[in-house]
Structures are given as C-alpha cells and as structure tokens.
Design a protein around this ligand. Sequence first.
Ligand code: NAD
Length: 492
Amino acid sequence: MSITSYDFQTVENVKNWIGGQWVDAASGAQLEVLNPRHGKVMTHVALSAKEDVEAAVQAAKAAFPAWKATPMKERAQILYRAKAIMERDLKELAWLISHENGKTYEESIASVAKGIECTEFGCSVPNIPTGGISFVSRGVTCETHHEALGVCAGVVPFNFPFMVPLWMLPQALVAGNTFVLKPSEQVPIGVSRLATIFKEAGLPDGVFNVVNGTKEVVESLCDHPEIKAMAFVGSTRVAKLVYTRGAQTGRRMLCLGGAKNHLIVVPDAEVEMASTDIVRSFTGCAGQRCMAASAMVAVGKVDHIINAVVEKARNLKLGYDMGAIITEASLKRITGYIELAEKAGAKVLLDGRGATVKDAETGYWLAPTILEVTPDMPAYTDEIFGPVLSIVRVKTLDEALALENAHEYGNGGSIYTSSGSTARYAASRINAGMIGINIGVPVPREPYTFGGWEHSKFGHGDITGIDGYYFWTRPRKITTKWALQPDATWMS
Ligand code: NAD
C-alpha cells in the first residue's frame, strides 16, 4: 500500500482470524465497509454468526492452558515485540486508520501512538508487584496471586479502531488469558492488522481471535458460557444491553458508554489557551470521541472567549485540520440535532452544514458548528457525537456545576480558570470520572486509569492501567503455616 495521500484505495476483504487462520464467516456473508472521506466501498468484512463465535471460543479455549503456563515475563516479551512492530509500521497503520475511519492522518498517528502506550503498560506488568504477602498471625502468612480467567472477550466501537482494542488486550493477554475480539463492522481493518502484528510478534495461534460482524456476534459472546469476562466500549444504549445480557451468566462485565463532557469556562480563563483547547476538543476526530467537549458552560461574562472559539473553529480547514463523519446516517443524525435546536430558538454561532472537501465531494462532511442552546434542548441533553459545541450560559460557577452534575453522563469534565482555588473547588465537585483543569481532553495517561462515572460506565473499576489487569484476573488467596505454633491457635 502506498502511504502517501488521502486518495481513495480499496483493500483486501477482511476475514475472521480464528486459531491463527484467516477464515470467512461460515455462512459466507459479508458487509460493505465504506471509506467515510470518499463515501465509497473500500472493502468487505465477514458478517459472522453464532457458529463463528463458537469456533473462535473453542480456539481460544484450546490455546488457554499452554498460554497460561507460559511465564508472564515471556508473555510480556511478545508484547514488547508487538510494540516494536507497531512503531516500525506506525505510518502504514495511521494511513489505514485514517482511511477506514475518516480521521486526519495526524489524528491517526496519535491514536496508534496511544495504542503503543497502552501496550507498554502491558509490557510493564511483570515489573509491578500486583499481589502481596504478609504475616497475619504467629507463623502464618497470607498471600494473593492474580490468575488468568480463561477465555475473555471484547467489543469495540468505530471511533478508535486500533487504540480501544489496546485498552483491553495488553493486560488481558499478559495475565495469561486468551481472547476473542469483535471490532466495529464500520472499521474492521485496524484490528485485522493487529492480528498480523501479534502473529509476527510470536503470539501462539488461538490466543487472540477476531470475529467480525454486528449484533448477533455480540449477543453470542454475551451468552457464551465459556467466556469468563467481557469488556465493551460503545454507546450507552448498547453498553446497558450488553452489560445486562452478559452478566446473566454470572461473569464479570465492564461496559463503557457515551458521554456529554462539559467544559466550564469562567471569566478569568486565559483566552488563548482556553479557546485553542476548546476548539481542539470539540473538533478533534470530528467530535467523534467519547472525551470530546460537547457542552461548554459559559459562566458570566465570557463573550470574549466564545468569540475566540468561534473564530478559531471557523478557520479550520475541513478535510485537513478535521476529518470526516463516519457514515451518512451519522451525518443525518448530527445535522438533525442542529436543525432541531435552530427550530427551538437556539442561536447558530457557526454553521458547518453543507461543507464539502475538494477531492472528496462524495464523503460525509460537516464543518465545526457552534450553538447557543438552553438545557432543555436535545442538543444539550443528548450525545451528538459530531463536531458540534452546545454552549449554555449560566450566571455562577455553582449553577454550572449543578447543570453538569444533573446530566446523565459522567465521563469527563473540565474547568478553565486562572485561579487555583476555583479550579480546586470545581474539580472536586464535577460529577465525572476524569477531570481536566485547563485541559480540553482530560484522558489520563498511563499508568493512570481510564473510565467514567454514571451512564458513561457500567461495571466496577476502570479499563486501562492496573485496573485492567485486575479486571482480567481473579485473586487467589493462600494462607500458609509451616509448623504448629506451640503458644497459640492460628487465629490468635
Ligand atoms: P455502538 O454502541 O453503536 O457500537 C459499539 C459496538 O457494539 C460495535 O462493535 C457494534 O457492532 C456493536 N453493537 C451495535 N449495536 C448493537 C446491539 N444492538 N447489540 C449488540 N451490539 C451492538 O457505538 P459506536 O457508534 O461504534 O461508537 C460510538 C459510541 O461509543 C459513542 O457513544 C461514544 O461515546 C462511545 N465511546 C465510549 C468510549 C468510552 O471510553 N466511554 C470510548 C469510545 C467510544
């Protein structure tokens, strides 16, 4: 593949990766995969069913005993090699992702780099004393070991085809589990490239398996009795369904959902930094990020900052500073929210509708859009998942916090201010799992863990960092006494 431009190119059809083999869905069914920048079919992907999930689970089950018996430090060496291959192929991976997802090339580079960071965390697990041992009574010790669960599964969304799978895989694999992953049917190419990377790195066949498809694959994973733990990342509507269905077998589930991240801006915020960050946050990945700023709460007199945000957003070059919307249906959904808000009396401060990009006239495009709304409007209450910033005005910081805290979601939230005490006051009151102080996209970097609150996450713990390792393992507690203590019973 040439890694030179955004020009349209087709790639070979995407199959399932089961037991170290590329296989079609048993039924032979396929789906079209569109390049969002051009709105044209770039490949086809296997549309799998229950029987394909069964084959992948059996391959993963067969591979589990030997993988679990492999020392962790050797499992980690495979991750080190995978990381080196990702670095070697960074440009090609970014090219692929920009083509299947519609992100800009620079955003794709950043997303692969973040996937590499997540892999580095997996590499480092053998160097972390994850268990513990102590004397709990005379001559008696208690110790904890974290053990692999068996066959695990993950389901991922369209917006980070390479990075989100790497929120799950490094910790799950280094812990000794085997895995079945279902990529988004809209962007299946990055994950199939990941399979080739793991293969080249020396991962034994069957340890990592990919089953492509849609709802039927997810439901079969949820229902499969051999799957011991399952993680999901996607919309809140589906996260709730998957969490409920998957937990019925008694397995552990961790399901990350949607978001409506609030950026609270107070009058003493530094104009240049705040406006630059806010624009980057709501337009990055065309607003299709669970950590995108989608609601700005303007406290008091901050018109100078709003004006700077509008001007900076107006000057972005569509197609180069900001990428495409994933599908035509998404584009319609997003513009529907803008139309609804406009009809309900929202001010359209910047209108991105109707924008096109030279050389990509048939793709799915929307330039940055800024609305001034009221809290009852769907443009404020719902996750739009596009490059739309909904601004709500309030008089005080407490009003801003009350608004934020009444919202359904609790993924991220930020405050823009020059005052340490205002920052501290807000940061300890915003009802979200990930808080930014003068940061537009407050994603914690490794080793800090990623995960929201409220309807942005169902299940316990976060998905990245050490929480991921604990999610994909179970603690075994061993209590030991080597000689009868003459002076006491062991409980004394
Ligand atoms: P989605 O929920 O539509 O799809 C996610 C996955 O679920 C896909 O693999 C899809 O095939 C599958 N799926 C879709 N409908 C299903 C159904 N009815 N039953 C079972 N499985 C189903 O999400 P998306 O559009 O791919 O991604 C965007 C969403 O993901 C946004 O809401 C975004 O906020 C969220 N997201 C959240 C995080 C986070 O960390 N909280 C990260 C990335 C994306």
